[in-house]
Design a protein around this ligand. Structure first.
Ligand SMILES: Nc1ncnc2c1ncn2[C@@H]1O[C@H](COP(=O)(O)OP(=O)(O)OP(=O)(O)O)[C@@H](O)[C@H]1O
Ligand SMILES: [Mg+2]
Length: 321
């Protein structure tokens, strides 16, 4: 009897040992995935580099990024400017590991992400969160469930803990009592706030904002900008904010880069940007201010909507003909 039991135990130990050896041999994670360096917790005006781009190039139909290099330090907010099509969103997608560069390296905590496998990229995306240009949130979930989604996806099961975290996030983005609302009931600004809450739900280190204030009115814009600033301090986030909105840059960015013709045309702080004698920057600032002021002028708004009506009418007439 004892002998039988002994033999069964020896056999089970043998199986367990083989499992360990084979698992180590064949699982990609166990084979070649050294863990990413751990997060540094508190913002201390540190000089620790979090993200570095080194001579990055990316082409589609044409070279969008030719040779782009820049660095972001912990706790810093980098504003990225550039005209439409200059590669701002592509830059964010490269940093989030959603696209791969054709040439160059992208380092996260000193580790090159360009050669990472899917499993490593999933790990990276837990730590580098992305608020998409459209601020996409799910139609079929209410606000609270939208924010809870990434928590559940990452395996959080305790409903009490989920509710606590969702309540904390709702308060953080100033949507305190709106957890029950559905997407159609939300203003564009509130949708952005939900998207931001969802992006920070899993306590990322880096948050990438793609046009966080586009399409919202000036008052809500201000509160989204304040929110970005506040979260950076409160949650110790390092951020990159891509935007056309100069007011947003003024409110949130510690440093600015401007993309033009596939390279960094400008890199520096707010003061250097605004006092730059570069004609392209001067024209960019003047043009943006002109556009922003025009759009806020009620007479221009009336004129624009009349122009639009006229245009729609013209098109309808053309279709009838
Ligand atoms: N997946 C893709 N496939 C093909 N072309 C792409 C892809 N992603 C981006 N592009 C092209 O790369 C160029 C830069 O795109 P990107 O979205 O980065 O511009 P952007 O600076 O963010 O512009 P905007 O201010 O209008 O958002 C564009 O010409 C775009 O068409
Ligand atoms: Mg874009």
């Amino acid at each position: 009897m004892f002998l039988k039991l002994f033999l069964v135990m020896v056999f089970l130990s043998y199986l367990a040992l083989m499992g360990l050896i084979l698992g180590h041999r064949f699982l990609p994670s166990a084979r070649n995935t050294p863990p990413l360096p751990r997060k540094d917790t508190a913002f201390d005006g540190s000089t620790e580099l979090i993200v570095e781009l080194e001579n990055v190039g990316k082409s589609f139909d044409y070279p969008v990024l030719k040779d782009v290099s820049f660095k972001i330090r912990q706790g810093e907010t980098l504003g990225v400017l550039g005209k439409s099509g200059s590669g701002k969103s592509v830059t964010l997608k490269l940093i989030a590991g959603l696209l791969k560069p054709d040439v160059g390296r992208i380092l996260f905590h000193g580790k090159d992400i360009t050669g990472m496998n899917e499993r490593e990229l999933l790990e990276l995306r837990k730590r580098v969160s992305y608020v998409f240009q459209g601020g996409a949130i799910f139609d079929f979930l209410n606000v609270g469930e939208n924010i809870a989604y990434p928590l559940r996806e990452r395996g959080m099961k305790d409903e009490k803990k989920i509710k606590e975290r969702v309540d904390y996030l709702l308060a953080a983005v100033e949507l305190g009592n709106m957890g029950h609302l559905q997407k159609p009931e939300l203003s564009i600004g509130a949708k952005k706030q939900v998207a931001i809450a969802r992006a920070i739900a899993n306590d990322p280190e880096v948050i990438l904002y793609d046009e966080p204030t586009t399409g919202i009115d000036p008052i809500v814009k201000k509160s989204v900008n304040r929110l970005i600033r506040k979260l950076n301090k409160q949650e110790h986030l390092t951020s990159i904010v891509v935007t056309h909105d100069l007011k947003c840059i003024e409110m949130v960015a510690d440093r600015i880069i401007m993309l033009k013709d596939g390279v960094i045309h400008f890199e520096g702080d707010q003061e250097a940007f605004h006092s730059s004698p570069d004609p392209y920057i001067q024209a960019f600032i003047a043009g943006k201010r002109f556009d922003e002021d025009r759009r806020q002028d009620p007479e221009v708004r009336i004129q624009e909507s009349e122009d639009q009506r006229q245009e729609t009418g013209d098109r309808r007439d053309q279709n009838r003909e």
